[in-house]
Design a protein around this ligand. Structure first.
Ligand SMILES: [Zn+2]
Length: 839
């Protein structure tokens, strides 16, 4: 029997989770406990029957209470509030629990329903949940906001041959006699809803005890040798990260267990679900003899996700406007954690090449966003993610560490973790803790760095023509708002007499450059030579002639500064710059610098050089890079350079060379290609050799052992086709969200459509690609809108493509401001190239 209840008008409902709703629920609710059961069939098409019992303490029952559930209300079978079966009142993605059935104090709500599939990532023989930032509410009804931490008690009923992993330990399994097994997990500690997670399916499992800690890894890799050669490092780096974090924070690992799972084509590098981290399999399972840069990136990723157990999981942002705080701490800690593991690496250089290029890419664009942004509704939280929070924030944090001191920051973070354990905090909470430790006004400092976008432009001016005084260094605010970014960094001076350096503090007033810089032309200088400054710095030296006199981090800064000035359109000649990149690649053996140089090449080569310049340089470029490939001293660097060579190679001779390598006719010393390399080579060849395209793909498909990799190539194959009608049909199919299921595959395929050799045919996809963006933001995971835009725009350079983007935005004055910024960020390189090509 059901009782009909009138809903009190006081309950305001709005789609998503508004800040207002979140604040009112945070005031009223305590002690939330979810008991959840999902009955998962093997067939990914069959619905998942589910139940939830939600208990909580309520401060007052003066109004109804909203549960978040972004699904068709027809998927809810029953609702029981405090023992009374009741009709379902469903408004704007919310189940409204009537005040008349709620009580002050303890309440219990029970529901049975079909779980929503959209964030369960169901595949033929596995699934994984990915609920960040507000997608738990697509799967089951809950209070989906980060500051309503709750205990989750999970039961999964799954096919008997499947494994399962969740946030808490498995406490019991029951064979049900119908080929299905029930897995019951312990209740979690209090955790935020975006951190609740489970994975189940056909996985292999490896359990190890490392430094006294048991850890389990699930994976689906079929190449046993690949697993065997990576597994030690994966377990050890997790254990090392945990030990480091316990020491740094003074807080033992705060959760009951620690496991991780490797997922093929996982859309992020990793996601820090409490006690059950998810990783993109390829990020952890490296090739034989991997480049140092890959090993370093893996270690940083593991350290990043592990650091989240304290920064993000133990202490969580109150609202997603501060999502950047968990990311900055995870990245900042990761840099510190990997430091002692790689004594051979110049960590200042690594910080520079990891963080500065992506941060500058956004901050030099017209779509730059501040680190901290207002967030009126959680359904827009995914839009806050991007290079600014991952890369500019650590740069800012290092400047903050220079002010507060290493020990001061560590002690302040310790207080912060202690004070807000298993709770939530805001950025101002931390600034208040740190502010008490120093003299300067940290709130004002934070205001420029954190709450506003952009970066200063530095300029060097003569001080006084009458006297031989050193010049002055000043900051300009390119936005004309008169801001200055307080910061400190070193300047390097090279002269015939030797090398000198000095530390500069810059802010509001102009700063005197060191006396060593006197007469123009007699010396050269490099600003931010220690790689700590942030802004557009004038180029004070030519990198190539000075190269051998520079330390590794100084080389990185010189390249970064030159590239920045090339893009700013100042001084440097592009062809000369490109030739210097080729020359540096030939002589530079540091893997980080080599990768940095190679990373700058494609855009300069394909987009900034004129067609005539590039045509004249094709042979010289290919042969120079090939010489660089074959002259590398070891297999890891050989492959690093080869990957870049194969993407750039376009002449018949170079493509023929690639074909012979791919087909096994040509063996190259120290070049060892694994299945993923073979597949990428096949894709490149399918584009470069249109007549042989179907045969190349068919042959590659026939030789793939791994089912996940075969499915991927089958998916991207039409994007490689020489037949324009097939590519058109494929692009049109992406208009249906069901065909964008595995987002990595889609990004790869879209990049193939917009390959540099096919721009004339693919420009017509730019406008419909932009039109799809709003829908992609709604249906896709958090990084997908950016990935989609990048794949769409990265190679285009024509004035007409630039005009398409500008008109799209001009015709939509009310367009979502976050998406507008993302478009402007990703179109920055197109706009710059188009302006050059238009001259
Ligand atoms: Zn993170």
């Amino acid at each position: 029997m059901k009782e009909t209840v009138v809903v009190e008008p006081a309950v305001l409902t709005e789609a998503g989770v508004s800040l207002e709703l979140a604040r009112s629920r945070a005031d009223r609710l305590r002690g939330i406990h979810y008991t959840l059961q999902f009955d998962i069939p093997a067939d990914e098409q069959v619905p998942i029957e589910s139940s939830a019992t939600i208990s909580f303490e309520l401060a007052s029952n003066h109004a109804g209470l909203q549960l978040d559930f972004r699904q068709d209300p027809a998927s809810i079978h029953s609702l029981n509030v405090n023992g009374t079966v009741t009709d379902i009142v469903f408004e704007n993605e919310h189940i409204v629990l009537p005040a008349s059935l709620l009580r002050q104090g303890h309440n219990e709500v029970a529901l049975s329903f079909v779980a929503g599939d959209s964030s369960l990532n169901r595949n033929p023989d596995f699934l994984y949940t990915l609920f960040v930032p507000d997608r738990a509410r697509t799967a089951f009804p809950l209070f989906d906001q980060p500051d309503l931490k709750a205990r989750y008690e999970l039961t999964l009923v799954i096919p008997a041959q499947w494994r399962a992993l969740a946030n808490a330990p498995l406490v019991q399994t029951n064979e049900r006699g119908d080929g299905r097994t029930e897995h019951r997990f312990a209740p979690t500690e209090p955790i935020s809803s975006y951190l609740f997670s489970f994975v189940t399916g056909e996985f292999s499992s490896i359990t190890r005890q490392v430094q006294g800690r048991p850890m389990t890894m699930l994976h689906r890799e079929t190449d046993a040798a690949k697993v065997a050669r990576n597994v030690d490092a994966i377990f050890e780096q997790h254990a090392q990260s945990l030990a480091w974090l316990e020491d740094y924070t003074g807080i033992d690992y705060p959760f009951e267990k620690f496991d991780f799972v490797l997922i093929p084509d996982f859309p992020y590098g990793g996601m820090e679900h409490v006690g059950a981290i998810q990783y993109r399999a390829a990020a952890l399972l490296l090739d034989a003899d991997p480049p140092l840069t890959d090993r370093l990136r893996r270690a940083q990723l593991i350290a990043h996700e592990t650091a989240h157990m304290w920064f993000g999981n133990l202490v969580t942002m109150q609202w997603f406007d501060d999502v950047w705080t968990k990311e900055v701490f995870a990245n900042f800690m990761a840099d510190k954690i990997v430091n002692p593991v790689f004594p051979e690496v110049d960590h200042e250089l690594n910080f520079l090449v990891s963080h500065y290029p992506p941060a500058y890419a956004v901050d030099r664009s017209q779509g730059a966003n501040p680190i901290r942004q207002a967030l009126p509704n959680l359904n827009q939280a995914g839009q806050l993610y991007g290079s600014i929070i991952y890369h500019k924030a650590p740069i800012m944090m290092r400047q903050l560490e220079l002010i507060v001191g290493e020990e001061g920051l560590r002690a302040g973070l310790g207080d912060y973790l202690e004070q807000f354990s298993f709770g939530n905090a805001t950025w101002p909470d931390l600034i208040e803790i740190l502010d008490a430790r120093i003299d300067i006004d940290l709130a004002a400092w934070s205001d420029v760095w954190v709450n506003t976008s952009g970066r200063p432009h530095f300029r060097v001016v003569s001080s006084n023509a009458q006297e031989p005084a050193p010049p002055l260094l000043g900051q300009e605010d390119p936005a004309g708002m008169g801001r200055s970014w307080p910061q400190q960094f070193d300047v390097l001076i090279l002269s015939a007499a030797g090398v000198d350096s000095a530390t500069l503090l810059t802010g509001q007033a102009e700063t005197s450059m060191p006396p060593g810089i006197v007469a123009q032309g007699q010396n050269e200088w490099l600003l931010s030579a220690d790689g700590r400054g942030y802004g557009l710095f004038p180029a004070g030296m030519d990198a190539l002639p000075a190269w051998d006199r520079l330390e590794p981090v100084q080389k990185g800064v010189a390249l970064l500064t030159d590239y920045d000035n090339v893009l700013a359109g100042s001084v440097l000649d592009i062809e000369t710059y490109f030739l210097s990149l080729l020359a540096i690649a030939q002589r530079e053996l540091d893997p980080l610098l080599l990768k940095h140089v190679l990373g700058q090449m494609p855009y300069v080569y394909h987009s900034l050089l004129s067609d005539a310049q590039r045509d004249a340089l094709v042979t010289a470029t290919e042969e120079s890079l090939w010489t660089t490939v074959v002259s590398q001293p070891d297999t890891s660097l050989t492959k690093l350079v080869f990957r870049h060579y194969s993407e750039l190679a376009a002449s018949p001779g170079a493509v023929q060379r690639l074909f012979e390598i791919w087909s096994g006719k040509l063996a190259v010393d120290r070049l060892v290609l694994e299945e993923e390399d073979q597949i990428r080579l096949a894709e490149i060849l399918a584009i470069r050799l249109p007549k042989q395209s179907p045969a190349i793909i068919a042959r590659q498909l026939a030789s793939i052992d791994n089912p996940d990799r075969r499915r991927r190539l089958e998916f991207v194959a039409p994007s490689l086709s020489a037949n324009q009608a097939i590519r058109d049909a494929f692009f049109a199919s992406l208009g249906d969200a069901a065909n964008r299921h595995t987002e990595n595959w889609v990004s790869d395929a879209v990049a193939n459509l917009h390959h540099p050799s096919r721009l004339a045919q693919s420009e017509k996809y730019v406008l419909p690609g932009l039109r799809l963006l709003e829908e992609i933001q709604v249906t896709g995971d958090i990084f997908f809108p950016t990935d989609w835009l990048e794949a769409t725009l990265m190679n285009h350079k024509s004035e007409s493509a630039a005009r398409t983007v500008r008109q799209f935005l001009a015709q939509r004055p009310d367009y979502n401001p976050q998406l507008r910024m993302k478009i402007l960020q990703q179109a920055d390189r197109l706009f710059r190239a188009a302006a050059l090509n238009d001259v």
